[in-house]
Ligand binder design. Structure first.
Ligand SMILES: NC(=O)c1ccc[n+]([C@@H]2O[C@H](COP(=O)([O-])OP(=O)(O)OC[C@H]3O[C@@H](n4cnc5c(N)ncnc54)[C@H](O)[C@@H]3O)[C@@H](O)[C@H]2O)c1
Ligand SMILES: O=c1ccn([C@@H]2O[C@H](COP(=O)(O)OP(=O)(O)O[C@H]3O[C@H](CO)[C@@H](O)[C@H](O)[C@H]3O)[C@@H](O)[C@H]2O)c(=O)[nH]1
Length: 458
């Protein structure tokens, strides 16, 4: 059992802290946000993540987990401090490392024991060399301190599961002491560990995220071409997925990738390459394709309709993906202001994201348009002139073609996540637009007996 402190209780820090406690360590989770700490102490998770609240309550009650703003007490005599604070995007695309620097300074001024500092946050290659030097420069007590890199790969919406069943733990250490300590902290997880040097560990995180982003942008590029030449990108993805070298995941075309990671991590690596005099063309292309993809359906709908002014627009899904209440870089954030600007009356449904959306968009810009948050898809669709699907929540996937047809004033649907069957929608009399899947007449598609095949997402 190790005594551990975790700096930052966002998606990464909180889930790390809670799962460390779950496997037997003694954990103090530190955050600067007093309100958050109060909420966590009361047994409530500040973020929506399946299974997290239960583990928080269990380990807090067992005395293995605590929350505090008092970093001095929390860091003073622990074996390891994990840093999980944000590294958000700056105007030029580079990562903002000021939160990391603040924690590093706090650690240097506080620790009274030999301590391993472990950076879980996503940081540009070489950052942890500087963090170690920075801590040593400001160190108050004569103790051994080293910095290791341990990037995090959890996805939001499945954060607890991803942590307890991670495909691999990446350890980037520069000494045997640091490597051994980190390995034995992770020993109870019984997961594959890949131990490399610190800079390689930092690069593994960016290279992995950017590869996945590239995969999505590639499929979106192919989808846009599919539409022009009468092919169906979902069938194309299905056909590709049988090749084990390609795999079946992250081939879903749609209105682009959002979230707190892919958009910023593609830009940060591209920026780092540029600073090193290298033109990272593939990642640049992924960023570029994604930019165009986000408002693709809005642009299509704008061409199809004279105006959105005075139209009832149903919006299904606000978050950047299902399973989370996070809105960072969500397609809704780009499209809804455009619709409001045009004077649309939006009825938005999202099972968990509406509250957060309301905080950032209390009303339409310049008093144009309106936005009403409703508690089910039926309320959003009732008498709507047009519907946009931005997030593939289960509740949205379950909407039948008949429901669109019967509830909407004019059954015109723009599906940014390709969740419905083209043929079924058209048969029900819905005018259905998705991404990379032309209408059945254009594709010349015959009714397929194998509907499971068509509905499977890859
Ligand atoms: N969100 C993800 O799914 C995910 C997955 C893998 C990696 N990452 C990376 O992990 C890092 C954190 O991401 P996140 O989404 O968890 O961030 P977040 O914004 O959700 O949480 C960061 C937390 O740190 C706190 N904080 C700021 N300064 C602090 C300080 N001095 N001491 C203690 N707490 C402080 C903030 O109050 C906040 O609660 C980023 O680098 C991100 O790229 C995120
Ligand atoms: O085939 C696909 C898969 C995903 N997406 C979109 O891509 C974005 C990101 O999705 P996902 O990767 O599932 O969510 P994140 O929680 O952002 O997780 C990513 O970013 C994290 C932060 O770095 C990493 O730890 C994870 O491994 C990595 O999957 C979302 O907008 C999805 O809609 C697609 O458009 N098509």
């Amino acid at each position: 059992m190790y005594k551990i402190a975790v700096a930052g209780t966002g998606y990464v820090g909180l889930v790390a802290g809670v799962t460390f406690a779950e496997v037997g360590h003694q954990v103090a989770c530190v955050d600067i946000d007093e309100e958050k700490v109060k909420v966590m102490k009361s047994g409530v998770s500040p973020i929506y993540e399946e299974g997290l609240e239960k583990l928080m309550q269990k380990n807090y009650a067992a005395g293995k987990l605590d929350y505090t703003t008092d970093y001095k007490t929390a860091y003073k005599d622990v074996d390891a401090i994990f840093i999980g604070v944000g590294t958000p995007e700056q105007a030029d695309g580079s990562a903002n490392l000021s939160y990391i620097a603040t924690v590093a300074r706090q650690i240097a001024e506080t620790i009274e024991n030999d301590c391993l500092v472990v950076v879980k946050s996503t940081v540009p290659i070489g950052t942890n060399d500087k963090v170690e030097q920075f801590i040593q420069d400001f160190l108050v007590h004569d103790v051994r301190v080293e910095v290791a890199s341990n990037p995090e790969f959890l996805a939001q919406g499945s954060a607890v599961h991803d942590t307890l069943h991670a495909a691999r733990i990446i350890i980037g250490a520069e000494s045997k002491w640091a490597e051994d300590r980190l390995m034995s902290i992770y020993e109870p997880f019984k997961l594959p560990i890949v131990s490399v040097n610190r800079r390689s560990a930092e690069m593994i995180k960016y290279a992995s995220n950017d590869f996945l982003a590239l995969k999505i942008s590639y499929m979106n590029d192919i989808a846009n071409l599919c539409e022009l030449v009468g092919a169906d990108v979902q069938d194309v993805a299905k056909g590709m997925s049988f090749d084990e070298r390609i795999g079946s995941k992250f081939l879903n075309a749609g209105i682009g990738f959002g979230g707190s990671c892919f958009p910023k991590d593609t830009k940060a690596l591209e920026n780092l390459a540029r600073q090193n005099g290298y033109d990272l063309k593939t990642v640049k292309a992924a960023i570029d394709v994604n930019k165009g993809q986000k408002t693709l359906l809005y642009k299509k709908a704008s061409k199809r309709l004279i105006t959105f002014s005075g139209l009832k627009v149903a919006v299904l899904g606000l978050t950047f993906k299902p399973g989370t209440d996070d809105l960072r870089e969500a397609a809704s954030l780009e499209n809804i202001p455009l619709l409001l600007e045009q004077g649309a009356d939006i009825y938005a449904f999202d099972p968990v994201g509406a509250k957060n959306f309301e905080k950032v968009h209390p009303e339409g810009p310049n008093g144009k348009g309106t936005i009403t948050y409703v508690s089910n898809v039926e309320q959003a669709l009732q008498d709507a002139n047009v519907c946009f699907v931005f997030t593939e929540w289960e509740e949205v996937k379950k909407v039948t073609p008949k429901k669109y047809k019967n509830l909407m004033r004019t059954p015109l649907v723009y599906d940014g996540r390709n969740i419905h069957d083209v043929l079924e929608m058209e048969k029900a009399g819905v005018e259905y637009h998705s991404v990379g899947r032309p209408s059945t007449s254009l594709a010349g598609k015959k009714e397929s007996k194998n509907h499971d095949f068509q509905n499977t997402r890859y």
